[in-house]
Design a protein around this ligand. Structure first.
Ligand SMILES: [Zn+2]
Length: 193
């Protein structure tokens, strides 16, 4: 197998993996470098082979509101899980009190590691709050290190995703949820999903 062929194969395989996870065309394009036309053809081939349009195609603009990731303790907890998975899959790293991307432009390797991180995230939660595109938006926001920044929890010492412009209470969402549950025994959900 020639090197060019295997590179092409890797791009196609990643595009198909992203289509299956309901990624937007633009995100697929950024990671694979494939043309709109090529992605469209891969989509229709994928749907034909599966015998029907089982995967919803996402249209319109990519999600960008970083407020969603810190809306309440549950959203913040799942965003923090994704953050940890991004670190584990070498997509971001901590640098002092900031996040740093390990890449400057997304490529096939970044796309593959992101798919692996997203798959792990989906196995962790019975009800994942973030779609592929929302998780991607989180990675991009963390890589930018603007609105979202790492926080240090005074109680458990773990790092979590927090809003840079919000009052820093030094309490991670997991400790916040635990505290709330102690106060109200029997309450199954804190702050809703
Ligand atoms: Zn904590």
């Amino acid at each position: 197998m020639s090197e060019m062929y295997s590179r092409e194969r890797a791009r196609t395989d990643l595009a198909l993996a992203m289509i299956q996870r309901e990624a937007r065309t633009n995100t697929i394009k950024r990671c694979t470098g494939l043309s709109d036309d090529r992605i469209r053809k891969l989509c229709s081939r994928y749907f034909t082979e599966r015998g029907g349009n089982r995967v919803r195609r996402r249209r319109g603009k990519s999600p960008q509101q970083t407020a969603r990731f810190v809306r309440n303790a549950n959203h913040q907890l799942q965003a923090t899980t994704l953050m940890n998975l991004f670190v584990l899959h070498s997509l971001i790293r901590f640098e002092g009190a900031s996040f740093r991307a390990t890449w400057s432009n997304p490529d096939v390797a970044v796309g593959e590691r992101f798919c692996a991180a997203f798959d792990s995230y989906q196995t962790v939660y019975a009800r994942p709050l973030y779609s592929f595109e929302w998780a991607w938006a989180l990675l991009v926001a963390l890589a930018r290190d603007e609105d979202l920044t790492p926080g240090d929890c005074d109680r458990c010492g773990s790092q979590y995703v927090r809003d840079r412009y919000d009052l820093d209470l030094h309490i991670c969402p997991a400790c916040e949820i635990r505290t709330e549950r102690r106060r109200r025994p029997g309450a199954r959900h804190y702050a809703g999903a």
